[in-house]
Design a protein around this ligand. Sequence first.
Ligand code: BG6
Length: 408
Amino acid sequence: MRKFARVRFDDEIYDRFAGRVVYYRMDFTNAGEYPALSDFYEAHGIGSGIFYFAVAPRFFRAITEGLGQVRGAAGWKVILEKPFGEELEDARELSARLESFFTPERVYRIDHYLGKEMIRGIQTLRFSNPIFARAWNAEAVECVQILADETVGVETRGGYYDHSGALRDMVQNHLFQILSILAMEAPADADPERLHDAQLAVLRALRQPEDIAGALVLGQYEHYRTEPQVKPDSRTETYAALRLFVDTARWKGVPFYIRTGKRLRRREMAVTIVFRAAEGAESCLLTLRIQPEEGVSLRFNIKTPGQSDAVLPVTMDYCQSCMIRAQQNTPEAYERLLTACMRGERAWFSQWDQIETCWRFIDALKSAYAAAGLAPETYAPGSDGPAGADALLARLGHRWEDTEPAFE
Ligand code: BG6
């Protein structure tokens, strides 16, 4: 706690917190141990709460059945972490089982990207600024770029990752959530269900590419196959770049590019809206920097100062993370989502319909890729990823826009 706390460590606050922590050790796969867990809760006066299933999905069934023996457990809430199952059918069955035990309103599926400050801010940036809201469409936008580059490798999670790969680990959930918030129509009202509906409509409008080689580039970093628990002949992708289209009137013909990968040159998560360019000028860019720096920047064109009349692109930066107050007031994604669950706020949790729609989309994409006989390109750790990702954008005359902040 001392090492990682973002704010000043306060002994008194910590002691108050620590005094309320109790620990109980058991084998959660053993049904016979649950009555004792029930007694333990009772002995500590714990009558309600949240179960957090931070375990592999193969244990969900056994735990849910065991909890049937814990008095009042069905009235608690449950938080689930991805993956929500091994395969889609299995995930759907698990989901139905959990919802029938806890009721659907008490099942919270966490996607920690939905707790990130700048992702929460997308709607405000778009809808509170008519200059952006009115230009948020195919008439004004050339393309949209969503990127999540990481420098870390698979670390100790080789077993899980080798089964999932970048498409399922990052794209199917985190990045599709961002895409759906960016591309949705304005929710009809503030009811969380309206937000979910608006997002779902986008996900359902995602078009499966006809030419898979022109829409999906996968990569694998060198030496990935020697990582612990990774198969020596693994074809799992650690990098993915996609070009997708959302078949709605608003986004007709506008490509949405998504890019994510492990062991890349730098850690950077950002969204860039590339506006259509005027003759003889560069595109205006609106960039939302999500992490590690948080901020918004706008690139626009001016006349070169001085004698020249040449058009010059310049960038205006709002650096949110440069402001100490903003930083202290920015709860970590998980803090925010745990608080939301305690309060029963469901808007920023994934809904099963969304998960299933994304899952189906990615499954179909993966099958098409395999059927076309394609395989991930190898890329050097610390590089910008496979060269194919640049070619993917070049097909429509685009390039990955630089999102590095101009400030130090
Ligand atoms: C997790 C993925 O959901 O998100 C990881 O399983 C990934 O592979 C992580 O590294 C990224 O999260 P963040 O908050 O560091 O961007």
